[in-house]
Design a binder for this molecule. Structure first.
Ligand code: DP6
Length: 335
């Protein structure tokens, strides 16, 4: 009962920030729907993907999970179990498991490694247990590990319905990777662990006086951005994504405790993007719970944008990305 899967990370265009207060927080049911682009790194050593192998067998006396060579314990292991345990129960399997996973990018650097990691884990676990579930159903289990992982089950452009139960909070594809002309260049300012995990941020969001407005606006923007994606309207998608990112950071900065994920150089990138836009290179920024900036652009503008970002003091590295395909099962086992 062994399987391996590869999943890609994603960048949210309409953000998930804060859980619904009407449900058990462990279900990761969000306060609003969200939309993302699943991303594929254009450099060979940085595809921005997770590769995970899981094996259920009577040879194991306990459940073990190893990420990038380290045995997981505490909260990290709890999150793995939150995905695997309900699936193991569904399949009526009693065996313990061994899981091994590796990311080809820094863990917890605001590059959504948990999204690809839990998506790969959910896909490999479902396959290893011989369960027959749709991609939408698999996305609900990925969500239990990390909310944004629900979206990484699909390639291209993805919509996560907030829903109002475990079953109805799933992700579906809006369109495939070839159907909308968008890419991004990630301006890396700092690599390394985040100061405050998104887990805590999802709880503190509700203390911001702007939280309610952000949720309402995001829900409206989901409809607008889906239409713009399907119309292949890059300018509209970029504008909405940038607005939505600012709403989320306004909530973060006005929460208790206040969360400032930006680094001074983050603002340098924002200013450069705004200036470039005026001068004819159309790009929009979006930032997750970290200092790095995803600069959205048309696919033809990747090289020019990358050159521009590399000149900014404080940008240590750039990673060009385009929309990825679906996550998938592979015969390449990690053990
Ligand atoms: C800011 O709870 O999915 O990226 O801490 O990596 O598990 P992890 O993240 P998650 O929260 C994601 C928050 C966000 C916005 C988004 O991806 O929608």
């Amino acid at each position: 009962m062994k399987s391996s899967a590869i999943a890609h990370s994603n960048i949210a265009l309409i953000k998930y920030w804060g859980r619904s207060q009407n449900h058990d927080p462990r279900l990761n049911i969000p306060a609003n729907d969200s939309v993302s682009m699943t991303k594929y790194g254009l450099t060979e050593d940085t595809r921005l993907q997770s590769h995970t192998t899981i094996d259920f067998s009577d040879i194991y006396n306990e459940d073990t999970a190893i990420l990038d060579g380290k045995v997981l314990t505490g909260r990290d292991m709890e999150r793995v179990l939150s995905v695997v345990s309900p699936l193991r129960k569904l399949a009526e399997v009693k065996y313990k498991f061994k899981m091994m996973s590796k990311n080809d990018f820094p863990t917890q650097a605001g590059l959504a490694s948990s999204a690809s990691g839990f998506a790969a884990l959910a896909i490999a676990t479902v396959d290893a247990l011989g369960l027959h579930l749709s991609k939408e159903e698999i996305s609900t289990y990925a969500r239990l590990g990390s909310g944004s992982a629900a979206r990484s089950i699909h390639g291209g452009f993805v919509w996560w319905h907030k829903g109002n139960s475990h079953e109805s909070s799933f992700a579906e594809q809006i369109c495939g990777p070839e159907e909308f002309n968008m890419a991004a260049v990630i301006a890396i300012i700092l690599e390394g662990k985040k100061d405050v995990t998104s887990d805590l941020g999802h709880e503190s969001a509700r203390t911001s006086p702007f939280n309610k407005v952000r949720i309402e606006k995001s829900q409206e923007q989901v409809e607008e951005i889906k239409e713009a994606i399907l119309n292949n309207d890059f300018s509209k998608v970029g504008q909405i994504a940038e607005e939505n990112c600012k709403y989320m950071h306004a909530v973060m900065m006005t929460s208790t405790p206040a969360l400032f994920y930006w680094h001074p150089d983050t603002l340098g990138v924002i200013k450069t993007i705004q200036k470039a836009r005026k001068e004819g290179l159309e790009s929009y920024f979006t930032i997750d719970a970290g200092p790095n900036v995803h600069c959205l652009c048309r696919q033809d503008d990747i090289n020019e944008l990358q050159k521009l970002l590399e000149k900014i003091e404080g940008v240590t590295k750039t990673i060009p990305v385009k929309p990825a395909g679906d996550s998938y099962i592979t015969k390449e086992y990690l053990f």
